[in-house]
Design a protein. Structure first.
Length: 363
């Protein structure tokens, strides 16, 4: 499907299924259905190296681990780095998966404050001085949920704080493909201080549970053991599909299509939501909207759900405490067409613009 059309996916599920069949011929049966090296087969690690290399990072094959998606990459990174009771620093609003994983691994989370450019270096420095954190988990491009985008100087400043405290950074860059000119935060750090994560789920298709982790050479064996204990190896057939799409250029074309589609959807959002207290970027896949009084986030989310609109509340991204920030994350991707997206955004504006009835403030 050509870029610029109203539908969301550049390739239909049937087309991707055909690609999967082509990537896993009968002659490859032993390779596909047998055990793989825990860090991934070499040619699949090479595809991951190329994929990360396009982000501007030097990514030797020997430092690549193929994982079962970005969430799995976060899990094995935490398993390799930390032990129960260790402290991990995170942004004050962050991807909820990190909270779930930390609870499962019995890790303690402590928050670092954000502004419209993402993590605040001074707050990170204070957090490092106040405790003994093992690692920092952060999202430098299109922070989830606030859509904050670190400038290059902000990335350099965060890297300087990390180096001053010898703090390992786990950079979750699953949205980085939407900002090809932004250098990853990891590019400002020495090899031994960063774990860089990307995946195919956001950039190619949600069901493609393949992630790529670029890690210090000294940690690859430990990460391989973590993969063994959690998944044995990433799904070989899916890894073959990802490798095929990357090496023949199809993945690159899908990414280019998604960049254009997100930009078009951002234009719609900017027009429809003009006047709201909104934080986003021209190429961000989501928006952060603060609600006016007397709306409360949970009540607003419930009312939106009743009207067929799924939003995420600020509370679902807050770490370890209730928050008094009344805000919601709006994701631009799920509506099947631009017209359905616009219709949903207009309904959000209608909801925000009127004073809620008393019963609507009770969830």
């Amino acid at each position: 499907m050509a870029p610029g059309t109203d539908a969301w996916q550049p390739y239909s599920p049937r087309e991707l299924a055909d690609r999967l069949a082509a990537a896993t011929p009968r002659s490859a049966g032993a390779r596909i259905f047998g055990y793989q090296p825990h860090a991934g087969a070499r040619h699949n690690r090479a595809a991951g190296s190329a994929w990360i290399g396009w982000a501007g990072l030097e990514a030797p094959i020997e430092r690549i681990v193929v994982t079962g998606g970005g969430q799995h990459a976060i899990l094995v990174s935490l398993m390799a780095l930390a032990k129960p009771g260790d402290e991990i620093l995170v942004e004050e609003f962050t991807y909820p998966g990190i909270s779930d994983l930390a609870a499962h691994l019995h890790l303690r989370l402590r928050t670092v404050k954000l502004d419209r450019e993402g993590m605040i270096p001074e707050s990170l420095d204070e957090a490092c001085r106040a405790g003994k954190p093992t690692a920092l988990y952060c999202i430098s491009s299109f922070q989830n949920p606030t859509a904050a985008m670190m400038s290059e100087k902000r990335r350099q400043d965060i890297a300087m704080v990390a180096m001053d405290h010898q703090l390992t950074v786990i950079e979750d860059d699953v949205f980085g493909f939407l900002a090809p000119d932004a250098r990853p935060l990891s590019s400002f750090l020495p090899e031994e201080l960063f774990f860089y994560i990307t995946s195919t789920s956001k950039s190619i298709a949600p069901g493609m549970r393949i992630g790529y982790l670029l890690a210090p050479s000294a940690m690859i064996e430990r990460l391989s053991v973590s993969v063994l204990r959690t998944l044995v190896n990433a799904p070989p057939a899916m890894a073959e599909l990802a490798t095929s799409l990357i090496t023949d250029g199809v993945a690159g074309r899908i990414v280019e299509w998604k960049r254009k589609e997100i930009a078009a959807r951002q234009d719609i959002a900017a027009r429809v939501l003009a006047g709201l207290d909104m934080q986003t970027q021209p190429n961000s896949p989501h928006l952060w909207v603060r609600l006016p009084e007397p709306w409360r986030t949970d009540a607003f989310v419930a009312r939106a759900r009743h009207r067929g609109i799924l939003l995420n509340s600020a509370e679902s991204f807050a770490v370890g405490h209730e928050t008094d920030v009344q805000a919601v994350r709006i994701t631009l991707g799920p509506p099947a067409t631009r017209s359905s997206l616009e219709e949903g955004l207009h309904e959000i504006v209608r909801m925000v613009s009127r004073v809620p009835e008393a019963y609507e403030l009770v969830v």
